[in-house]
Design a protein around this ligand. Sequence first.
Ligand SMILES: NC(=O)c1ccc[n+]([C@@H]2O[C@H](COP(=O)([O-])OP(=O)(O)OC[C@H]3O[C@@H](n4cnc5c(N)ncnc54)[C@H](O)[C@@H]3O)[C@@H](O)[C@H]2O)c1
Length: 360
Amino acid sequence: METVTVGLAERSYQISIGQGIMGTLGHACRELHLGSRVVVVTNPTVGGLYFEVVRRSLADAGFNVQLIEIPDGEEYKSLETLKGIYDLLIAGRLDRGSFLVALGGGVVGDIAGFAAATYLRGIPFVQVPTTLLAQVDSSVGGKTGINHPLGKNLIGAFYQPRLVMIDLDTLDTLPEREFLSGLAEVVKYGIVLNKDFFNFLAAHADEIRTREKHCLAKVVKSCCSIKADVVARDERETELRAVLNYGHTIGHAVETLTDYKQFSHGEAVAIGMVQAAKISEVMGYAGSTDTERIMALLETLHLPVELPQFSLEAYLDALARDKKVKEGGLSFVFNKRIGDFTIGKVKDIAALLATCGIRG
Ligand SMILES: NC(=O)c1ccc[n+]([C@@H]2O[C@H](COP(=O)([O-])OP(=O)(O)OC[C@H]3O[C@@H](n4cnc5c(N)ncnc54)[C@H](O)[C@@H]3O)[C@@H](O)[C@H]2O)c1
């Protein structure tokens, strides 16, 4: 088992990464001196595969285990589902000495984390992420929350877990599209934060895509280390953490314009990263070989790179609704070559889109 530490003073925690380690969850929770009652939040898909291992591990370690299942899907990361979780926690008389375990992908992690952040003004929680995206991104860093009908992730809290336990074997059952989607976030870390990691991804792209475990262990550990470092330096996204939005600005516009139906989030981010690379090149931050390498890697990982064609007005409208539009323009993350970044304000968004081939 490998470990990565998220260094946040008294709120620091370990990320444990390994194959077949889910059965050690109970022991790990004991070591943290968590209370005697635990509620595992999951969905039927993940629960059907992994709840029994988690339940047995926690029970064997002496915990009283309960289960809350929420429906599977992004649309259930909602206030209504959250209320259902609160109802069950209250009915079960869960007190401050209890804790939650989020067993699942980013949806379960975000909503269970937010329930933990707010129930009785906060009870501890543990992340057991089971999608690649959750393992390399959403389970680390303490962003928790739910969606509102008017926008994604509009309600939430920064609330750190007490432990993240990543069992790489859970990736065996992950549908192909979900797995590839997670790889987009993996590539992001390399492009903007670590050139050596990008080079590793480029050199082992085929093995990674076919889920060769040795490579995946290195990938997940590297991503967690990179994210842990960013979070430790800027937990609340005052500046540096915004680098993790690389590719997301245009990616979100693509998701909005295609009604969240045509592309998964990761696929939209892949498209957004290629556009960000092109824009960075035109701005003089990167060279054409950098853009070509980024595109080639994403294509080898079977991720889309072509920007869907909508009118300039449609793109401007979608971008105007982005959270990152503040006074003075659109906050945009550029890659500086590969492995570094800069964040700037873009005033002329139409010019930015022209670089991506979208013209009026
Ligand atoms: N908190 C953060 O910092 C952060 C960062 C990025 C994304 N997110 C959020 O994460 C969410 C997306 O997360 P996601 O991509 O993990 O999606 P998800 O949680 O919906 O999981 C994707 C699908 O895979 C299934 N699944 C999960 N693990 C499985 C496994 N091991 N085997 C088989 N099926 C499995 C799920 O049931 C679901 O159907 C979004 O809501 C997004 O806003 C949060």
